[in-house]
Ligand binder design. Structure first.
Ligand SMILES: NC(=O)c1ccc[n+]([C@@H]2O[C@H](COP(=O)([O-])OP(=O)(O)OC[C@H]3O[C@@H](n4cnc5c(N)ncnc54)[C@H](OP(=O)(O)O)[C@@H]3O)[C@@H](O)[C@H]2O)c1
Length: 335
């Protein structure tokens, strides 16, 4: 039996709690969060114990995995605390907001020798997994152009999102998902150029980036959390290859919580074939991600689908995008 403690009883804390509850051989031991009313309700709903002090849950001898679902600016503090108590750690994305912070976290988990994964959920999202399969099995041929987007209304469930020092704005909170995925698919990045809109608080909340890859491919990615009220949560990806094109379009209600009723389609176009609407087996991506991490812990394997080093590299690329947003130039990525 793998025993889990979750830190943070908000949107992701509940999403992860739902996933653990669906797994055999996993027990959700406790929740620690700030607002005690929310935490007590969480403990009641998920049949676990509320720990008003996060460290009490983190150091509990029964707990194998600490799952960090806190606002981004708190990731470092709790990852380092969990590592110092020898716990395996799943931490929500983004890794952190600065590279120095990510380095401190990496040093702590390496010293502790624990399993550590940043929850880059697109790598576990059935349609994105299928696109990766098409890419890897040659269905698309050589992919030279990609377009990805992630468009949302402003997250209204946590005030910390408004503080760029705590969330990093849409650039780090939302756009980073697509940067992670296109890097996963296409390999190392050579240079970036980005343009966008910066809000009065300094947050880049609508960004368009162009990434040039070492293999010659180009990706255009757009990310925004400032869409007009009523605009559905939208994500899409198109990969154009010399043998085929794949087109994914997803459009839900206000937020991902309505993902079960979303418009969701994946179409594969290939030379000398009729366009094929791909039937993708549906499974919740967060469940896939958590099942994978639990399996790594159970079987003493280091996570390979997302490594901390890759997540650190993605954070570096996003910082390079920020530099380009600020000075309007194409910047070589010196990864
Ligand atoms: N992978 C994805 O698709 C995805 C989607 C959304 C968010 N995220 C990431 O997940 C993380 C959490 O986001 P969220 O949307 O779940 O945020 P959220 O709904 O605001 O939840 C954050 C939780 O942390 C608690 N908290 C805040 N400060 C704390 C403190 N000092 N000590 C202990 N608990 C504290 C909050 O308590 P209160 O209720 O008292 O404020 C709240 O319950 C972020 O890093 C975000 O970028 C990922």
């Amino acid at each position: 039996m793998i025993k889990v403690g979750i830190i943070g009883a908000g949107f992701m804390g509940r999403t992860h709690g739902d996933a653990y509850n669906k797994l055999d051989d996993v027990q959700l031991v406790g929740i620690a969060s700030r607002g005690q009313e929310k935490a007590r309700k969480y403990a009641e709903d998920y049949h676990c114990t509320n720990y008003p002090e996060a460290e009490e849950l983190i150091k509990h001898p029964d707990v194998d995995i600490i799952d960090i679902c806190l606002p981004t600016y708190l990731h470092e503090q709790y990852v380092i605390m969990a590592a110092s108590h020898g716990k395996h750690i799943l931490c929500e994305k983004p890794f952190s907001l600065t590279l120095e912070s990510a380095d401190r976290m990496l040093a702590a988990v390496r010293k502790a020798g624990v399993k550590f994964m940043i929850a880059q959920v697109l790598r576990f999202w059935p349609e994105y997994m299928k696109i990766k399969e098409f890419y890897d099995n040659g269905s698309l041929g050589k992919v030279r152009v990609l377009y990805a987007n992630r468009l949302a209304q402003f997250p209204d469930w946590g005030t910390w999102f408004q503080d760029v020092e705590k969330s990093g704005g849409a650039l780090f909170d939302l756009h980073l998902h697509d940067i992670d995925y296109v890097r996963y698919l296409m390999g190392p990045v050579k240079s970036v150029y980005a343009t966008g809109k910066q809000d009065d608080n300094g947050a880049w909340n609508h960004v368009v980036s162009v990434l040039n890859f070492v293999n010659g491919a180009k990706a255009v990615a757009e990310g925004s959390n400032k869409m007009t009220p009523g605009y559905p949560f939208t994500m899409s990806l198109r990969a154009v290859g010399d043998q085929g094109t794949v087109d994914f379009n997803f459009s839900a209600g206000f937020n991902l919580e309505e993902r079960d009723t979303a418009v969701n389609n994946l179409v594969l176009y290939r030379k000398e074939h009729s366009p094929e609407v791909v039937d993708v087996e549906q499974k919740d991506a967060y469940l896939n991600e958590i099942e994978y991490f639990v399996d790594c812990v159970k079987n003493d394997k280091n996570p390979k689908v997302v490594t901390p080093e890759q997540s650190k590299e993605v954070l570096e690329i996003v910082h390079t995008i920020k530099d380009s947003l600020e000075n309007g130039e194409v910047i070589d990525y010196q990864g």
